[in-house]
Design a protein around this ligand. Structure first.
Ligand code: GLC
Length: 479
């Protein structure tokens, strides 16, 4: 009985396409293959790497200590500014935790981040952010003066080494950011210097990773949560660890029975190339990225790279196998021309003649595709999306195995996860393959879309840090 079998693996070869292309397509499917044994092998290595990351000597995965040691009960109170530096936008919010237990209200504004700031000297980035926060405060808080600083929680979703919750040394940029002047420095001090320069009345009270924000925001409404995860431009997860299991903070003097949230920074998994099978497309993407040899797992699975992998495979088939023959497919040479949304849109087209794929190829690449070409494109999207989903599940399964989590919820935020239905189904299928759950039981570990990590999650962390909670009976998650 296969009561909960959701998604067959591997994707089937496309029907009604030229016979002579089938061996090539089958070869590509093998190259992107992630059968059950491979998933288990990757997961086992992942568990070891999570453990190594908690030791003094470390490994590929940073396993950063977040200093979030208190968890929400629903009694947190107060008003906080939150700031989220995303890939394309800067989001400033005012979050009020109040009134009803577990309730909140917020006002937010998004500011478009100019593309050049991804690589400009970092002071330009901080000045831009300070300016946006200034505008937000003018609009919403004109009564505040420089003497009365507003508490700000800053969601900064890059790996930082934290000695406390209010500081963070940037270990390295990820997601193709490369602003000089930040790596190796405390980015909170840098941001505050720009705020002071522009007389913006805020004080950073917490530096938060998006995964930790998601973990805490999900815990606020669902005590079953065990992992907070992001699957978007980048990919990463956070969970709560027993301090006694973290040799690298042995000297911090934390009570051995206390717990702390760990930002795994698992996008760096297998940087030492032990278990992941990287195709020539993955190797080329890495070679063209600003930080070569880093974030190798993320570069195989995350939203920033999915469209780019598909583009490179399409280009190879165009150059060597006559795909889009006699067409001007020059757009296929433009890096990152296809985004992750291309994959979800292609997979949403269920029409027999793949008319939706026709429009997507026309709009995205300017090519007039034949029906077989659209079927091939769909197949390529499936093999790339399937590999990403199944390898993403390995990271989640590894945390569950490491922490002996048998049931619970994974709170996930990120456009790629939230808008790509078949991706989600593949992740749950892969969890089944790895965890060997009996076919006749429902998934003991489920995934929940959680969208408020950088707003309410960050505000909750600020409240917990400042001790702004009502002294009621604690009934939050038990970790
Ligand atoms: C990258 C960052 C990480 C972040 C993730 C999702 O992996 O290094 O900090 O959580 O992207 O945004």
């Amino acid at each position: 009985m296969q009561a909960f079998q959701r998604f067959p693996y591997p994707p089937s070869l496309p029907a009604e396409v030229p016979e002579d292309l089938l061996p090539k397509l089958s070869e590509l499917r093998d190259e992107f293959g992630t059968d059950k044994d491979h998933l288990k092998h990757v997961t086992d290595h992942f568990v070891k790497e999570l453990e190594r990351g908690l030791t003094e000597e470390g490994g590929d995965i940073p396993m950063n200590i977040t200093w979030v040691t208190d968890f929400p009960t629903g009694n947190e109170r107060g008003k906080y500014l939150t700031l989220d530096l995303g890939g394309t936008n800067l989001r400033v919010c005012e979050v009020s935790l109040s009134a009803q237990k577990g309730d909140f209200a917020f006002t937010q504004r998004k500011y478009k981040l100019p593309e050049n700031l991804r690589s400009a000297p970092v002071v330009e980035l901080w000045d831009f952010i300070a300016e946006c926060v200034h505008m937000f405060i003018e609009e919403h808080h004109s009564e505040f003066s420089a003497e009365e600083k507003l508490p700000l929680a800053f969601t900064f979703s890059y790996p930082v080494l934290q000695k406390s919750i209010k500081e963070g040394i940037l270990q390295r940029w990820t997601k193709d950011y490369s602003c000089p002047g930040a790596e190796g420095n405390d980015i909170v001090a840098q941001l505050e210097a720009s705020m002071d320069k522009k007389q913006v009345p805020v004080e950073v009270v917490a530096l938060v990773n998006d995964t930790t924000g998601t973990l805490i925001a999900t815990a606020y409404r669902d005590p079953q949560v065990r992992i907070g995860s992001i699957f978007s431009t980048g990919c990463n997860s956070a969970y709560v660890e027993a301090c006694s299991a973290i040799p690298k903070i042995k000297h911090a003097g934390l009570p051995p029975d206390s717990k702390v949230a760990i930002n795994t920074e698992c996008g760096a998994f297998d940087n030492s190339c032990k278990v992941l099978r990287r195709t020539r497309f993955d190797k080329d993407i890495d070679a063209c990225s600003p930080r070569q040899g880093q974030q190798l797992y993320e570069k195989i699975i995350a939203g920033r790279y999915l469209g780019e992998i598909v583009r490179r495979v399409l280009l190879e088939l165009h150059n060597n196998n006559g795909l889009f023959r006699d067409q001007d497919a020059s757009e296929l040479n433009t890096p990152h021309i296809l985004e992750a949304s291309f994959l979800s849109s292609v997979e949403e087209d269920n029409s027999h003649l793949r008319e939706g794929v026709y429009s997507l190829l026309k709009e995205g690449l300017g090519v007039e595709s034949t029906v077989p070409e659209r079927r091939i494109t769909r197949f390529l999207v499936e093999i790339v999306g399937t590999r990403a989903a199944r390898l993403y599940a390995c990271g989640i399964a590894a945390i569950c195995k490491k922490r002996d989590i048998k049931t619970g919820v994974v709170g996930v935020d990120g456009s790629t996860f939230n808008h790509y239905t078949r991706f989600r189904l593949r992740v749950t299928q892969a969890m089944r393959d790895i965890m060997e759950w009996p076919d006749d039981i429902k998934d003991p570990i489920t995934f929940e879309v959680s969208e408020d990590g950088s707003g309410v999650g960050a505000a909750l962390i600020a409240a917990l840090t400042l001790g702004e909670t009502q002294p009621e009976v604690a009934d939050g998650a038990t970790w």
